[in-house]
Write a new protein. Structure first.
Length: 260
């Protein structure tokens, strides 16, 4: 099996990082070396595992709820056009608000616990899923719909049996966009106010100028982000297998083995 492209890119990034340390010799509190970051991870694996699990729980809960809400909204937009005329402008307004505006309000309303982070992740995930799936439902080939109208199929039968299957690639695309955003949303919520999680670790370590711990938490978060994308790709492969071929070759190497 060939070395994955992602592994090569990561190795190159770490090498450039180390070269920059050798050439610039910055203070460790400004730019820790890769070895220092690795040491921070190795010396306190339980610490990062504990906080990483908190963030992962927030990510998964927000991803599931945001996906469910996005699918339901897109389905409602397609089934009930008047519903869409009322709801979609509200969705656009919420999406236009910066996440750093929403996060403090959610923490104020829901507290410093996990609920505010799950709500934050849900809001961020909701729009790409709803938008992509609704767009897929709207773009059903007119010729197909005209042919269905000649049969005895009802509006609901045409929606469920024709439009929804044809819109699945759009839903898959929305999930692929949403998956890397889920960790970001959870961490932004933790930055604003939390008692646990990787964002909480970053804020606390940054205040103490423990930059190696900040970078270590970032590394764990990056790993979670990549794993989320791979998991979504694998889970959606059976939903719309033909959509998997739209992935760029460089990213497909993350989750496919070389056939040789």
């Amino acid at each position: 099996m060939r070395t994955h492209h992602a592994g090569l890119a990561l190795s190159a990034l770490v090498a450039l990082w180390q070269v920059a340390i050798w050439l610039g010799e910055p203070p460790s509190f400004l730019m820790p070396s890769p070895a220092a970051v690795a040491a921070a991870l190795v010396h306190r694996p339980g610490f990062f595992l504990e906080h990483g699990l908190v963030t992962l729980t927030e990510i998964l809960a927000g991803l599931l709820s945001g996906t469910a809400l996005g699918i339901a909204t897109a389905f409602g937009l397609a089934a009930l056009p008047r519903f869409g005329q009322l709801v979609w402008p509200i969705v656009l307004i919420l999406q236009a608000l910066p996440v750093f505006v929403l996060a403090p309000i959610l923490v104020l309303w829901l507290g410093f616990g996990m609920a505010s982070k799950v709500a934050m992740t849900t809001i961020i995930i909701f729009f790409p899923v709803a938008s992509a799936f609704a767009d897929g439902l709207r773009r059903t080939d007119r010729a197909i719909l005209d042919a269905v109208s000649l049969t005895e199929a009802t509006h609901w039968q045409a929606l469920i049996r024709i439009r929804v299957p044809l819109a699945l690639p759009g839903l898959v695309s929305g999930l692929r966009v949403a998956a890397p955003l889920a960790p970001l949303a959870a961490v932004v919520g933790e930055w604003v106010g939390a008692s646990a999680g990787l964002g909480f670790v970053m804020v606390q370590a940054n205040a103490r100028m423990q930059t190696d711990t900040v970078f270590a938490a970032m590394a764990v978060l990056a790993a979670l982000t990549i794993l989320m994308r791979i998991a979504v790709d694998r889970l959606t492969a059976g939903l719309a297998p033909w959509a998997a071929e739209t992935d760029p070759p460089a990213f497909r190497s993350l989750h496919r083995r070389d056939p040789r």
